[in-house]
Design a protein. Sequence first.
Lengths: 109, 115
Amino acid sequence: AQRVTQPEKLLSVFKGAPVELKCNYSYSGSPELFWYVQYSRQRLQLLLRHISRESIKGFTADLNKGETSFHLKKPFAQEEDSAMYYCALSYSGTYKYIFGTGTRLKVLA
Amino acid sequence: ETGVTQSPTHLIKTRGQQVTLRCSSQSGHNTVSWYQQALGQGPQFIFQYYREEENGRGNFPPRFSGLQFPNYSSELNVNALELDDSALYLCASSPGLAGVHFEQFFGPGTRLTVL
């Protein structure tokens, strides 16, 4: 069955430290992977998608099919990065999305 | 440009009742998806409507049903409410079938409490 796992419920880092939010998935085909973010009192919004290979707000994520991972990384965390982050998988031909349980990132001053 | 709106904001129902939640999609969007988000969980896909037809459904029983109207707004109906239906219900719209090519834009959600 398709599944997205985010092993950390909470990740606390100091400002300026590197950040890595982990995401592992299980899917036998070609997945489409996304990171969504929800800042305090705001709506859930797309942060980035693997097919774009873009960097948004300094965040990047590389799809590793061998390790079935799509970890989100940022070299230097900022306080405004504090938010809830969800990894999501969409599998081809269905347009269904599977979200992970989310990781709350707290960036400490 | 108006974003995705949902009504009502909060709702309290009792077990066995029926509920209708509403969603207005963002201007120019013809696709609406509904999600259920229980406390401490990620959003769970319920179904997606594209041009007034259901296109994709998650693992939800038939008592969860929906509609999409010609103006692309949508309703989520839940019959025979159960305590476990208590959750935040999110609506998301996109300019085409949501996937790699079309970004989903989420509404603020409707918080449903079933007593």
